[in-house]
Design a protein around this ligand. Structure first.
Ligand code: G1P
Length: 296
C-alpha cells in the first residue's frame, strides 16, 4: 500500500519584486486576496486535502508569515473584551489551521533549491508542494485527486492546465501521453519556460505537485537551468525520463485557478472571488455592471 501523505511544503521565499513597493517590508504571500492573505488560501487547500503538517520555506523579511499562523494574545484579548466573537474566530482560525513549520532558504537559488531545503523535515515519504501564486478555487477538486493518483500509480504527480499556446513560455510545459483515465496523463517530457514559439504543447504546470522522496536525490545534482535557477521542472524531467520511483503523471485540471503572481492577474483574482462571496457579492455585482457600462 502507498504511504499516506501528510506533509505539505510551501515555498515562500520569493522577493515579490513585481509588487514593490507593497512588498518592501511585507512578504508577497501576505497580500490580501479579498480579506485573507494569499498564503492562507494555500494552507486551507492543503488542510482540506488532509495535509496538516505544513513546512514553509521562507527567507528574510518573513516574520509576518510566522505571526499570521501564530497566536496574537493582545489582539485576542481585545476582541474577547469587546465580545466580538466573529472576528475572534477569524483570528483563531488561521492559528489553529495546521501545524506550521519553517525553514529558511538562505540563498534564493530557485524553486528546486527551495524544495530541497524540505528534505530533513519530509524524510523518506511522499509529500505535496503548493506554490502560493496559484490559487485553486475551493469548490473545485485538484490536490486530493493528485494524492489519489499518486497512490494508485505509486509515482509523482503534477497539476496541468491547458492554456493558450502564446502563454506557454511563462511556465513549465509538459508533453504527455494519455492513460485510461480521462483526467490523467503520463508525462514524457518537461521544459521550464521554453523560448516563445518552441513549446511542444499547451499543457502547463500549475503550482501543485505530489512528489516521491527520491526527488531530493535528483535535486541534489540538478544544475541551474532557466533564469540561472535550480528548477524543480528540470529535476522532474529527469524523474520522468529515467522512470525514477514510478516516473511522473499529470492530473489535468479543468476547474478555476487564479493567478496572484502578477498585478493584473491579482486584481482579476480579487474581483472574481469577491463577486461570488456571500457577504460581498450581492453589493459588488450590480456596482461592477454599472462601472463597466460607464467605461463603454
Ligand atoms: C513555477 C514553476 C513553473 C510553473 C509555475 C506555475 O514558475 O517553475 O514550472 O509552471 O511555477 O505557477 P514561477 O512562476 O515561479 O516562475
Amino acid at each position: 500500500m502507498a504511504p499516506k501523505i501528510t506533509k505539505a511544503v510551501i515555498p515562500a521565499a520569493g522577493l515579490g519584486t513585481r509588487f514593490l513597493p507593497a512588498t518592501k517590508a511585507m512578504p508577497k504571500e501576505m497580500l490580501p486576496v479579498v480579506d485573507k492573505p494569499a498564503i492562507q488560501y494555500v494552507v486551507e487547500e492543503a488542510v482540506a486535502a488532509g495535509l496538516t503538517d505544513v513546512l514553509m520555506i521562507t527567507g528574510r523579511n518573513k516574520s509576518a508569515l510566522e505571526n499570521h499562523f501564530d497566536r496574537i494574545g493582545e489582539l485576542e484579548a481585545t476582541l474577547e473584551r469587546k465580545g466580538d466573537t466573529e472576528r475572534l474566530e477569524k483570528v483563531n482560525y488561521s492559528t489553529d489551521l495546521a501545524d506550521v513549520h519553517y525553514v529558511r532558504q538562505g540563498d534564493p537559488k530557485g524553486l528546486g533549491h527551495a524544495v530541497l531545503r524540505a528534505r530533513m523535515h519530509v524524510g523518506n515519504e511522499p509529500f505535496a508542494v503548493l506554490l502560493g501564486d496559484d490559487l485553486i478555487d475551493e469548490r473545485d477538486v485538484l490536490l486530493s485527486r493528485m494524492i489519489e493518483v499518486s497512490g494508485e500509480k505509486n509515482a509523482s504527480v503534477i497539476a496541468l492546465l491547458e492554456v493558450d499556446p502564446s502563454q506557454a513560455y511563462l511556465y513549465g510545459v509538459a508533453t504527455v501521453e494519455p492513460t485510461d483515465e480521462s483526467d490523467v496523463v503520463r508525462i514524457t517530457g518537461l521544459v521550464e519556460k521554453p523560448p516563445t514559439g518552441t513549446a511542444e504543447s499547451n499543457l502547463i504546470i500549475i503550482g501543485r505537485y505530489v512528489l516521491q522522496p527520491q526527488i531530493f536525490d535528483v535535486l541534489d545534482h540538478t544544475e541551474p537551468g532557466a533564469g540561472g535557477e535550480i528548477q524543480l521542472t528540470d529535476a522532474l524531467q529527469e524523474v520522468a525520463e529515467n522512470d525514477i520511483a514510478g516516473g511522473v503523471y499529470g492530473v489535468v485540471f479543468r476547474g478555476r485557478r487564479y493567478d496572484t503572481g502578477d498585478r493584473l492577474d491579482y486584481i482579476k483574482a480579487i474581483v472574481q472571488l469577491a463577486v461570488d462571496r456571500e457577504d460581498l457579492g450581492e453589493a459588488l455585482r450590480p456596482w461592477l455592471r454599472d462601472f463597466v457600462s460607464t467605461m463603454e
